[in-house]
Ligand binder design. Sequence first.
Ligand code: ADP
Length: 248
Amino acid sequence: MTNSTDTVLLRAVTKQYGTGDRAVTALDDVTVAFPRGSFTAVMGPSGSGKSTLLHCAAGLDRVSDGTVVIDGTELGGLDETRLTLLRRERLGFVFQSFNLVSALTAEQNVALPLRLAGRRPDRAELATALAEVGLGHRGGHRPGELSGGEQQRVAIARALITRPAVLFADEPTGALDTRTSREVLTLLRGIVDRHRQTVIMVTHDPTAAGYADRVLLLADGRIVEELHGRSGAAVIAGRMAALEAPAC
Ligand code: ADP
């Protein structure tokens, strides 16, 4: 079932933490593909396995069983050095807390992944990346001089500068107000639509998930439902409420 258009594939992935009586099955036999150019939201109650799924799909955590394939490369066969290189070169990450380097300007932050890869950043390339996120005029500002939404847009430009196969976003709007969240999500949506960028986003916000093409709902380490197409926030919130309701 490997499909060359899949950027990320999890096949029968199980992840356990601890052993014996203390073993916790955080992911339980999960099979899911993320096709190129798709925007997927991962939702579920607290403890359902969202972070574990993101970490396993991004090679930040080793799986206990099953396989993860990123851009045609099976992660199980890679040693730590190669895995780190693959993450650096093929994956982009955006976090709730932006994680910018406060002493560097926006432009220098965006340049960081290129420097890490041993490449001398090209000014025009950096200017284009900042313009793409609507911050062409803010390149010389440090994070402390930017709003939360602007900082997240710098983080998105930084994540995309290496043209990653997939962008992982972990609660990217968790620290933003409603209006700014909308701007950041519209930006992500536009990047998916214009560049066929694959995005995998963990969120607890049904409005944010409404920007995705597909919503995966997790419960107890399993994908219990998939909503396809642009689902409305009300529909997503309803499905989440059903998952979170105590069983009776
Ligand atoms: P979510 O992101 O949906 O809140 P997680 O993926 O963080 O869920 O956690 C899934 C399950 O795995 C939970 O029961 C959690 O307690 C457990 N878990 C997560 N990380 C660890 C860890 N490092 N050690 C032990 N248990 C963990």
